[in-house]
Unconditional design. Structure first.
Ligand code: ADP
Ligand code: ZN
Length: 762
């Protein structure tokens, strides 16, 4: 056997591979994807073998010390995907690898922890070892010990040893818990457990932890439903894609309630029958027990769940269940796109337009796009599902890059709600001021409350009151070059376009109607809540936004109260817009549709349309038809008009024309480069110099804009500047950008970030 060389990517950030010698006794076990321990400098570090070679350019290679774990933890395809990601998103390779492989898998490979498990004395231990294939039994299936002695101890303990009382209460309530889980609730848990053990109330034993996050729910098995014709057509198209040798991407465009999930389930069944597995991505906010149950209920023990709410241990176990093939279906948020399902037959991305699929730290990948790329690398089918697909995705379907399946009808044949547009300029004219609620909306609220129906009021105010809007005529100060609202900077007042970097003085009267009251008059959710409570003193009004849901379960608590009818009017931000299903909500008011529209972001129109469509989907889910009022200063805006008619394609046609004229995505790719400094002048100087430099280095493939202050120019004491880059050849430009940024050697006190295919450019 000739001496071999392994290319190893070490865990420390150096963005390059190192050659190591493979000693003869390890030759059989060293393969791509295997984790190894290698000498590095004077230390030893971990790394991944990313390739093998016969010889190396360098002499005197150091040997690999050891192979960690049983075999590869990452397939060659996933390694390839990580490499592609690092190039495309201009991020270091090991950073990409870190995104692909959860930390807990990288660091504790092959270790299934023995954990200390506490039960009340006399209780049986839970079944150890890998989760059984059947629907997992809940803790209540175990014979429960008599809790009376423990309960009797609780009260005296509470005075003398409150920690012990807390622990004991948890153990009684859950029927048993791992010590490390108890420890998460506060310090001193371990000592408390030991003390309780000494008292003879609890028993502690070592167990191989089976951390099945779904084990605590009892889930009913469901059978496939007979499909409606539109679902049959969609499934047929997807099955075709699965069965070809080089599968394509299918865009499933189906209105809310059209039965998309049932189609996903049956498509997954199709790949399982071929001995392959599937990945389902859902937005983080949709990862509720109800969503998971739909998959778990159909496929029982085959489902592994991956999301940020899992403990490290759970994540480790779920990952390994997939790697060993004990589970064949991964359901999760963003990062589940890298789940080790093998062989992989299908990736489903539900609500594919969601911005939460974009990772907000480096590498800033979009899980939807990574799904498409992974599908291409692994020859597996990809289904993108949505009621309001991203413009880019629908464009790809239009141009034949994706196949399109349309499901325009609701399964239950319920009518879509009527959407009414209220012109707030008329209201301002009539009352002489800018009001929060129009007379039409107030009348409608009164009528609904009289009939004991529920109302949702929606105000998307996230604090970016940064554009200038005339309340009389609806005029918005806009950059001629980019058709984007100017950002209004309050300190030394000026307008700036953050896409092209153009600056303008603030006009003292409206260019449209010459009114001097030309400024933003904003209202937040809190003021709206107060105002509506005063107008309807007998109604129970609650607010749901980032402020009222800061504590862990507040979100669910408010929704439960709303569901059970304890709340009449719910006021909220986009938090209440998505995925919620309340049959008794018959009226929805959008208080200020313009708010999102006039953000300095060319996707503002698209986002407004999606939001309005989603909000409208919340009304009339039950027997009574719903009604939606959209209050706006720009009633003829295409996004508002299309939302009124619930006309996706109409919106698409207009919007795509706008994008084409200005060469916005999908006609180009947009990179947002951001630089920060504690000192404004320094950030500005470095950004300006970098912009100059990049303009030369990336020409002629990319257009590099002048550096400009970000729409939120100062965040937590950091001054932010942006450089926008547009190109049609993203892959080539990304590679050059990465090199150029390294060569530029930016000062350490001016950190920067690169966002390729940026979605949020605030
Ligand atoms: P979507 O994911 O498109 O919003 P869902 O899959 O949630 O729609 O379907 C909406 C409702 O219709 C669900 O309660 C689902 O169980 C039901 N449903 C879906 N397909 C069928 C069908 N073929 N027959 C009867 N009910 C169905
Ligand atoms: Zn501009």
């Amino acid at each position: 056997v000739p001496d071999r060389v392994a290319k190893v990517l070490v865990d420390v950030a150096l963005d390059r591979e190192f050659d190591y010698h493979v000693p003869a006794h390890l030759a059989e076990r060293v393969a791509p994807g295997v984790q190894v321990a290698v000498p590095f400098g004077r230390r030893e570090t971990r790394g991944f073998v990313v390739g093998l070679a016969e010889r190396s350019e360098r002499s005197e290679l150091k040997p690999i010390r050891a192979v960690v774990g049983k075999g590869p933890v990452i397939s060659e395809k996933l390694l390839e995907l990580a490499r592609w990601m690092s190039v495309y998103y201009a991020a270091p390779v090991e950073q990409a690898l870190r995104a692909v492989l959860p930390g807990v898998v990288r660091h504790r490979q092959g270790r299934f922890k023995e954990r200390l498990f506490v039960t009340l004395r006399g209780a049986e231990a839970p079944a150890a070892g890998p989760a059984a294939d059947a629907v997992a039994p809940g803790p209540c299936d175990r014979p429960a010990p008599d809790p009376t002695p423990a309960l009797r101890l609780l009260d005296p303990l509470r005075l003398r040893a409150p920690r012990q009382a807390d622990v004991l209460e948890r153990v009684i309530a859950t029927g048993g818990a791992y010590v490390h889980q108890l420890a998460r609730a506060g310090p001193g848990a371990e000592a408390a457990v030991r003390a309780l053990e000494k008292k003879g109330v609890v028993t502690v034993r070592k167990e191989t932890e089976t951390r099945d996050p779904l084990a605590r729910h009892t889930i009913l098995k469901t059978e496939p439903l007979p499909l409606m014709p539109q679902q049959q057509d969609a499934l047929r198209l997807i099955a075709q894609a699965i069965d070809t040798r080089h599968p394509s991407v299918v865009l499933l465009h189906g209105v809310t309630g059209s039965g998309k999930t049932e189609v996903y389930l049956q498509a997954m069944d199709h790949v399982l029958r071929q001995g392959k597995g599937a990945i389902v991505l859902v937005p983080e906010i949709a990862l509720t027990p109800q969503t998971l149950e739909r998959f778990q209920g159909r496929f029982a023990g085959q489902v592994a769940v991956l999301h940020s709410g899992l403990s490290e241990g759970e994540r480790h176990d779920e990952w390994h269940r997939l790697l060993d093939g004990r589970a064949r279906i991964a359901v999760g948020a963003r990062s589940a796109v890298f789940a080790p399902v093998c062989p992989l037959g299908l990736i489903v991305v539900d609500e594919e337009q969601e911005h939460t699929y974009k990772q907000d730290e480096a590498p800033r990948y979009n899980a939807r796009d990574m799904a498409v790329m992974r599908g291409r690398l692994e020859d597996c089918a990809v289904v993108l599902g949505s009621a309001t697909p991203a413009l880019e995705s629908f464009w790809n379907a239009r141009t034949g890059k994706y196949a399109l399946a349309a499901m325009p009808h609701r399964v239950d044949h319920r009518r879509m709600p009527a959407v009414r547009v209220v012109d707030m300029r008329v209201e301002a004219e009539r009352t002489g001021r800018v009001s929060v609620f129009s007379r039409e909306l107030l009348d409608a609220i009164r009528a609904r409350l009289d009939r004991a129906e529920q109302v949702m009021l929606f105000l998307n105010r996230r604090g970016y009151a940064t554009s200038l809007l005339c309340p009389k005529c609806g005029h918005v100060a806009t950059c001629d070059q980019c058709c984007l609202p100017y950002t209004y900077h309050r300190q030394n007042p000026r307008l700036s376009c953050h896409l092209c970097g153009g600056l303008r003085p603030v006009p003292d009267r409206c260019p449209g109607c010459q009114d001097p009251a030309f400024k933003f008059a904003g209202v937040g959710t809190q003021r709206a809540e107060e105002a509506i409570a005063k107008l309807f003193p007998k109604a129970a009004v609650r607010r749901m936004d980032a402020d009222t849901t800061a504590t862990k379960d507040a979100h669910w608590h408010i929704l439960r109260e709303f569901r059970t009818g304890k709340i009449d009017i719910l006021v909220g931000t986009q938090m209440i817009a998505k995925g919620l299903d309340f049959p008794n909500v018959t009226l929805i008011g959008v208080l200020h549709a313009d708010l999102g529209m006039h953000m300095p972001d060319f996707r503002a129109g698209e986002r407004t349309f999606q939001l309005l469509t989603q909000v409208a989907g919340r009304a009339g889910r039950g027997e009574i038809p719903g009604e939606v009022f959209v209050q706006t200063f720009t009633p003829f805006h295409p996004a508002v008009q299309a939302a009124r008619r619930l006309d996706y394609e109409g919106f698409f046609e207009q919007e795509v024309e706008f994008r084409r004229q200005l060469q916005y995505p999908p006609f180009s790719h947009l990179v947002c480069l951001e630089l920060r400094s504690r000192v404004e002048a320094r950030a500005q100087f470095v950004a300006a110099a970098l912009s100059e430099r990049l303009r030369k280095e990336l020409a002629p493939q990319a257009a590099v804009a002048a550096a400009a202050p970000a729409p939120l120019p100062k965040v937590k004491g950091w001054y932010r500047f942006q450089i926008m880059i547009r190109t049609r050849a993203m892959q080539a430009v990304a590679a050059r950008l990465k090199v150029a940024l390294q060569a530029a050697r930016l000062p350490a006190d001016v950190p920067y970030s690169v966002d390729v295919d940026a979605l949020a450019i605030l």
